[in-house]
Ligand binder design. Structure first.
Ligand code: 0X9
Ligand code: ZN
Length: 299
């Protein structure tokens, strides 16, 4: 089993996923969500207690240096499988969970030698990497994205030019009729973001999404007093397009779509100390239970 006092390598995470599938053969199925530029598989898994359920999708690690993201996603999955708490067991039983802790595996592996690496590892001339959260086919390159491969927000040669986003988006699309909620995990800044990234104009269900998000962040704050702000991407952080949640919301019409910017507020930034992993995970899980509660009422 996994411990929450250190960060895991890609191999460590994938071994753990394999072990889960062996430990829970009737509940956990290992999935391939797609393929990377360097030829790795985007490995994830499904937790399901039977057919006919609506789904929740967890996307982690699209930015490789944000190590707390896969750690959070793994913790959520682990709670769903091992908790004896009634509310958690019901959350696990009542939904199909699609869980992809590391959606940018090439980048994640590369952070072992270059800790601040964010993008994938495609070579472009003498530069490397496309920002996989600028490469989705919705308002591609419109705001907060670059055509310059030397930047951290290089959007790629075109929408879905990258194998990671092209293949993963196809996978998501293949199950999209069933998805009630899609959550993307990033760090840092302690925010809960709503689409869209190109405009402060509210999306169709803005009021509901804000209310539900605020309630969830209230639940998150109870345990340790950690404060998260809830808001539209463009107003809460900056304008940026080509991100996953905008595509999922606009193209797949998933009812509830959020992007977490996890701990902290900048003291350690992307280098969140391992001592904070467990507390981060526990408080985020509190907010996930609140989201589920609200999603049930909303769906
Ligand atoms: O810029 C980003 O991609 C995210 N911030 S980060 O510091 N983790 O890089 C914000 C993403 C929210 N925007 C969209 N999903 N469109
Ligand atoms: Zn990020």
């Amino acid at each position: 089993s996994m411990s929450w006092d250190r960060y895991y390598t890609l191999e460590g995470i994938n071994d753990w996923i394999e072990a889960l599938a062996e430990a829970y053969p009737n509940i956990v199925t290992v999935l391939t969500g797609g393929t990377t530029y360097e030829g790795r598989e985007i490995i994830g898994f499904k937790i399901s207690h039977g057919p006919g359920r609506k789904a929740i999708f967890l996307e982690g690690g699209i930015h490789s240096r944000e190590w707390i993201s896969p750690a959070t996603v793994n913790f959520i999955a682990n709670e769903l499988l091992t908790s004896n708490y009634t509310e958690t067991k019901e959350a696990a039983h009542d939904f199909d969970w699609y869980i992809f802790p590391v959606t940018n595996p090439d980048g994640y592996v590369f952070t072992l030698q270059n800790r601040m690496w964010r993008k994938n590892r495609r070579p472009i001339g003498d530069q490397f990497g496309v920002d996989l959260n600028r490469n989705w086919n919705n308002n591609w390159l419109a705001e907060g994205a670059s055509t310059n491969a030397s930047t951290d927000i290089y959007a790629g040669a075109g929408p879905f030019s990258e194998p990671e986003t092209r293949t993963l988006s196809r996978f998501i699309e293949s199950i999209s009729d069933n998805i009630d909620m899609y959550l993307s995990f990033h760090s840092f800044s302690q925010l809960l973001l709503l689409p869209f990234g190109n405009t402060t104009e509210p999306l169709a269900n803005y009021e509901d999404a804000m209310k539900i998000g605020r309630r969830a962040m209230g639940a998150l704050s109870v345990r340790y007093g950690t404060q998260y702000r809830t808001g539209n991407i463009a107003e809460a952080i900056y304008k940026a397009t080509g991100g996953s949640i905008d595509w999922v919301k606009e193209r797949l019409k998933v009812p509830l779509v959020y992007c977490y910017e996890l701990r902290d507020n900048g003291t350690h930034g992307f280098l969140l100390p391992p001592e904070q992993i467990l507390d981060n995970n526990l408080e985020v899980f509190d907010s996930i239970l609140e989201l589920i509660l609200q999603a049930r009422r909303y769906g």
